[in-house]
Design a protein around this ligand. Structure first.
Ligand code: TMP
Length: 206
């Protein structure tokens, strides 16, 4: 079983991811928990290029998409596929849907090209279940930043996150059987309870 977690900024995705990993391990499921971009030595180096770029060093969205995809190619071959082949349950914090949402819907790169690049990078591997933490950009960004910072956030940044959010909604509609959307606006315990209930419905033992 291959389960991915997706969500916009400030949705609490990583907290929930860690709680689900712990809950599965507590009932004896052999879990491999990993994240993108990263999960391998090469991937962590790529993550560093992507997330810690020097102030003022703008990256072309095309370069961004290819770097995320390069990290993903390494991750799939070195970590995810071997774990799945060994019968482990793999949980991954972000996967290719993030590239489609951020670089595709957010930055406006061609979605057909991105899907081809993604298939090349993953060798066609797809998640069995994708947990989506549904949180509107105003709420998510507000959780991450003070109100003063949020007011200063330029329109372009907010518009970008709105496109990302709309992109996730569109992808869920295209493939409703894979996605499990959970409202991420209640408190963390309530969100966690809803994720657990959804995973049980999908046959997971936890
Ligand atoms: P996060 O998972 O801690 O939220 O941070 C990862 C950041 O990288 C987040 O802003 C989304 C972004 N990202 C992309 O833009 N494209 C991708 O393919 C991936 C995996 C992440």
């Amino acid at each position: 079983m291959f389960i991915t977690f997706e969500g916009p900024e400030g949705s609490g995705k990583t907290t929930q991811f860690q709680r689900v990993v712990a809950a599965l391990q507590a009932v004896g499921v052999d879990v491999l928990a990993t994240r993108e971009p990263g999960g391998t030595l090469i991937g962590e180096q790529v993550r560093d290029i992507l997330l810690n770029r020097p102030e003022g060093a703008a990256m072309a969205p095309e370069a961004e998409a290819l770097l995320f995809s390069a990290a993903r190619a390494q991750h799939v071959r070195e970590v995810i596929r071997p774990a799945l082949a060994a019968g482990r349950t793999v949980l991954c914090d972000r996967f290719y849907d993030s590239t489609l949402a951020y670089q595709g819907y957010g930055h406006g790169l061609d979605l057909t090209a991105l899907r081809q690049i993604t298939t090349f990078a993953t060798g066609g591997l797809r998640p069995d279940i994708t947990i989506y933490l549904d949180c509107p950009p105003e709420v998510g960004l507000g959780r991450k930043q003070s109100q003063a910072e949020l007011n200063r956030l330029d329109r372009l940044a907010l518009d970008f996150h709105r496109r990302v959010y709309a992109g996730y909604q569109a992808m869920m509609q295209q493939e409703p059987e894979r996605w499990v959307a959970v409202d991420a606006t209640p408190g963390p315990d309530e969100v966690f309870a809803r994720i657990v209930a959804a995973l049980r419905l999908r046959g997971l033992r936890l």
